[in-house]
Write a protein that binds this ligand. Structure first.
Ligand code: FMN
Length: 296
């Protein structure tokens, strides 16, 4: 099957599967692994710390993904990424697709639009996405309350958010929040998204630099776990595990299971990035082929 959507057309990746930015974790190496597996990887700009290092990291990622079936871009989390305008200038100079997130992108929008590079904005509420759409992004990621990362107390469930967003927005939507397998992927497309973004599911991949014991803990978590449910579904301004203020090394034993989302229900093994992405695609195709109730 060919997975051709508005998102694969925009970014040039083989599959409409994006890896989400993850502060301190989703560096260029994870983004490269995703691009090499046919998805769209996201380098988290805040990890590079300076514009000079960001340039080096982008070039390293470009070298590691030469001929890759997938693509990659840079996340600039507004309010988290240092020297954000200079970081953006580096992205534009190297013609990198940019994803803005966390807060309103109004101040960065003119610079991005003038450059003509693909621009995606990530929002947690449809009303924020409607505002952002006026600034001209090529696609919008909508993250439902099931998701991880920066939370908004007004977030709605992913299903409500995507269906409501599809009615309110004209640009392609990328669905995020609690998605980690083929069923979530197909459901998102059914709700009107042109692709998915996953963060938590990548925490349990071999390429993600967290301790193996944490990956195992994540595979054991299920969405009925009371602490997990309470933490994810009662959004307060983001609670981040054990912040490492220097940002340069990852404390291996940080309890990253405290960062995982309700996608925990779909994460039952530690796999490589390629196994995760290709497994979702393979299983999605099997499900579609098995829908015998459809008369063709
Ligand atoms: C550990 C962790 C750190 C994250 N950090 C960021 C960040 O710095 N900026 C951002 O825009 N999103 C961040 N996110 C959110 C992801 O990019 C993505 O939107 C989210 O994980 C989707 O929900 P899911 O985890 O259910 O797949 C983070 C997610 C995780 C799990």
């Amino acid at each position: 099957m060919e997975w051709k959507t508005a998102v694969t057309d925009l970014l040039g990746c083989k599959y409409p599967i994006l890896q989400g930015a993850m502060e301190r974790l989703a560096d260029w190496k994870l983004a490269a692994a995703v691009a090499n597996a046919g998805g769209h990887g996201t380098m988290t700009g805040s990890i590079s710390r300076t514009p000079e290092k960001l340039r080096e990291d982008i070039l390293a990622c470009q070298e590691a993904t030469t001929g890759a079936p997938g693509t990659f871009g840079v996340n600039l989390s507004i309010g988290l990424c240092p020297e954000i305008e200079k970081m953006l200038a580096v992205c534009l100079d190297l013609k990198m697709p940019v994803e803005t997130s966390v807060y309103k992108p109004d101040a960065l929008a003119p610079m991005i639009k003038e450059s003509g590079i693909p621009w995606i904005h990530k929002a947690a509420r449809v009303k924020d996405a409607v505002h952002a759409e006026e600034l001209g992004p090529d696609a919008i990621i909508l993250v439902g309350v099931e998701g991880a990362g920066i939370k908004n107390p007004e977030q709605l469930p992913t299903m409500t958010t995507i269906i409501w967003g599809r009615r309110q927005l004209s640009v392609p939507i990328i669905a995020a929040g609690g998605i980690g397998d083929a069923r979530g992927f197909l459901a998102a497309l059914g709700m009107g998204a042109a692709g998915i973004m996953m963060g938590s599911a990548f925490l349990a991949t071999k390429e993600c630099e967290i301790a193996d014991s944490m990956k195992e803990a994540i595979t054991r978590l299920n969405p009925e776990n009371a602490d997990l449910r309470a933490r994810v579904l009662t959004p307060r301004p983001s609670r981040r595990p054990d912040v490492n203020p220097t940002g340069d090394t990852i404390p291996r034993e940080t309890d990253w299971s405290q960062a995982v989302s309700l996608a925990a229900g779909s994460i039952d093994r530690i796999s490589t990035v390629k196994e995760l992405i290709e497994g979702i695609i393979r299983e999605a195709e099997e499900i579609l082929n098995g829908w015998r109730f459809l008369k063709r």
